[in-house]
Design a protein around this ligand. Structure first.
Ligand SMILES: Cc1ncc(COP(=O)(O)O)c(C=O)c1O
Length: 353
């Protein structure tokens, strides 16, 4: 704490991302990255964009990428906003669309960045408890609010809200913006993007960090009614005119163009998830139904924090949250089959020790 800090900074509780370990050879199942590398066509596009043109600023509006995302999702470019990772897109949504007199609503167990944005932008919020089975019940959000946001599938539970429930929520809240954070939707959910044509209060946020293996490139986007997108553009153009650099734009466009690679790698992750869930169940874990590239599991007789530590000693890292209701869970990213096998072998050793 310094006397030079502003009051806002003094009051912040910043987000703490999962560890990015410096040690090689760890089985890294803690931050929901894709275990497969980016498409070779993405790497080629980035290499091709690396040259003399880097002396020039990129297109401030990333038009080519917006057109590409729009055509992929069957919407118009003016329905698309792009940002430096979906975290930045979400941040702009908090300031531009969720900051109102009434508090916004999000689940008590959810993406832990949401309360951080509320702190940064002084957005009031209330949390809505998940059901006892850790699902989101949209009818629990039927009360006056300044906006609603949750991930679908939810993080860190992996549980999915079906699209008809999202629609019911949108119909019940015509006066506030509903943000659906679809960071993990490609692994088992159905996107709400087709609903933006009918619901001017819907903003859908997605990322290229997970299903397109580009966490290191930092590209996310939002889809919504042109007026919602304009709000995000106004914030962006009051903050950083060039959030996406030339390499990010080139790589992101190539990622959308290589559908085969996307289908192949996400299919592999989904198949590995099925095997991992079965293996964890065989070891006695309760595993929540996951539509994401991670699973949320607890062992009825083993302390989660101790298990996470024991895994780490065996070179496997998973995520543990010391938070009410979920402190006995581990969030485990679905890796390659070999990584999942290493995790399961380490767990077997720990459970029989
Ligand atoms: C629910 C959710 N939303 C958004 C993000 C941010 O993703 P990125 O900023 O890499 O696009 C994450 C990252 O883990 C997430 O779990």
């Amino acid at each position: 704490m310094s006397r030079y800090w502003s009051d806002v900074v003094k009051g912040l509780t910043p987000y703490v991302p999962g560890e990015q370990p410096k040690l090689a050879n760890l089985v890294k199942l803690n931050t929901n990255e894709n275990p497969y590398g980016p498409s070779p066509r993405v790497l080629e596009a980035i290499r091709a964009a690396t040259g003399e043109s880097l002396k020039l600023y990129p297109d401030p509006n990333s038009e080519q990428l917006k057109r590409c995302i729009a055509s992929y999702h069957g919407i118009e470019a003016h329905n698309v906003f792009v940002g430096n990772g979906s975290d930045e897109v979400l941040a702009h949504a908090f300031l531009g669309l969720l900051k109102h007199a009434r508090p916004i609503l999000f689940p008590d167990i959810s993406y832990s960045f949401y309360p951080v944005y509320c702190g940064l932008y002084q957005v009031g919020y209330e949390t809505v408890p998940l059901a006892p089975d850790f699902s989101i019940r949209v009818d629990d959000y039927a009360r006056p609010n300044g906006g609603i946001i949750f991930p679908n599938p939810n993080a860190p539970t992996g549980c999915l809200v079906p699209l008809p429930d999202i629609e019911r929520l949108l119909r019940a809240n015509p006066d506030s913006v509903v943000v659906i954070d679809e960071a993990y939707v490609d692994f088992g959910g159905e996107s709400a993007i087709p609903l933006i044509a009918r619901y001017p209060n819907l903003l859908v946020v997605q990322t290229l960090s997970k299903s397109r293996s580009l966490a290191g490139l930092r590209v996310g986007f939002a889809a919504g009614h042109a007026e919602l997108i304009e709000a995000l553009e106004r914030v962006k153009n009051s903050f950083n005119s060039y959030p996406l650099d030339r390499l990010a734009i080139a790589g992101a466009v190539a990622a959308f163009e290589d559908r085969d690679y996307f289908e192949q790698t996400r299919g592999a992750v989904v198949a590995s998830r099925g095997r991992l869930v079965a293996d964890l169940a065989a070891l006695g874990f309760d595993v929540l139904p996951s539509a994401a590239n991670f699973v949320f599991a607890r062992h009825p007789r083993r302390d989660a924090q101790e298990t996470a530590l024991a895994l780490r000693q065996r070179g496997v890292i998973v995520r543990h949250f010391r938070l009410p209701r979920i402190e006995q869970f581990l969030r485990i990213t679905v890796g390659t089959d070999a990584q999942c096998a290493a995790l399961v072998a380490a767990l077997k050793e720990i459970l029989t020790a």
